[in-house]
Design a protein around this ligand. Structure first.
Ligand SMILES: Nc1ncnc2c1ncn2[C@@H]1O[C@H](COP(=O)(O)OP(=O)(O)O)[C@@H](O)[C@H]1O
Ligand SMILES: O=C(O)C1=C[C@@H](OP(=O)(O)O)[C@@H](O)[C@H](O)C1
Ligand SMILES: [Mg+2]
Length: 177
């Protein structure tokens, strides 16, 4: 596995990729194996605002959520060292977030094919506001558009054939920690 443009010094491991691919689960595993703190951005936003992400979308709207996401991630990136950070799948929509992550961390992209991903849709749809009230074709369109956002990364793990534990193992073996 190749790490592209490996930063000379990096302080955080940052998980990106489409909803439901496993950013939160793999991030937690990585953090516990490295004995580093784990930060799930969605979870922190929920704690800070006392509302679930679905509630924030419903009551305040997506732009308000994106602003919270930008504030939280850009501040966290600048202030933190050696943390595993799992982003939400839409965080890389914002250029400012992408830049902060690429500058202050090693960005790990969990990639998956549409064929493998679409099986997960029924399991995650209720907890992801972006996936609600969309047809399968609309979700596929979103999946394709989003995929191009994730191309700015340092390390890519292909999730089609592997589970979460194996992904964490591959990441750790790719890093010279
Ligand atoms: N230990 C597990 N075994 C099987 N499926 C799991 C496990 N943990 C999470 N999942 C499922 O895997 C999917 C991805 O979870 P998650 O880590 O939340 O992804 P992301 O953070 O990328 O949205 C979800 O459908 C979740 O229900
Ligand atoms: O892709 C998105 O726009 C979103 C992804 C979610 O996180 P996960 O990728 O962890 O599901 C969460 O941030 C929110 O529902 C919006
Ligand atoms: Mg998550």
């Amino acid at each position: 596995m190749t790490i592209h443009n490996m930063p000379e010094t990096y302080t955080n491991l940052i998980m990106t990729g489409f909803m439901g691919v496993g950013k939160t689960t793999v991030g937690k595993l990585l953090a516990s194996q490295l004995n580093w703190p784990f930060v799930d951005v969605d979870h922190e936003i929920e704690l800070q605002h006392g509302k679930a992400v679905t509630q924030i979308f419903k009551e305040l709207g997506e732009p308000a959520f994106r602003e919270m996401e930008k504030q939280f991630i850009t501040t966290l990136c600048k202030d933190s060292t050696q943390q595993v950070i799992s982003l939400g799948g839409g965080a890389f929509l914002q250029e400012e977030i992408r830049q902060a992550c690429l500058e202050h961390g090693l960005v790990i992209y969990l990639d998956i094919s549409w064929e493998s991903w679409k099986i997960r849709l029924p399991y995650i749809q209720d907890s992801r506001p972006i996936l609600q009230q969309k047809s399968l074709e609309e979700v596929e369109q979103l999946f394709t558009t989003r995929r191009s956002l994730y191309q700015d990364h340092h390390l890519c793990i292909q999730m089609d054939e592997i589970g979460f534990e194996e992904a964490a193992k591959q990441i750790i073996s790719s890093l010279n920690l």
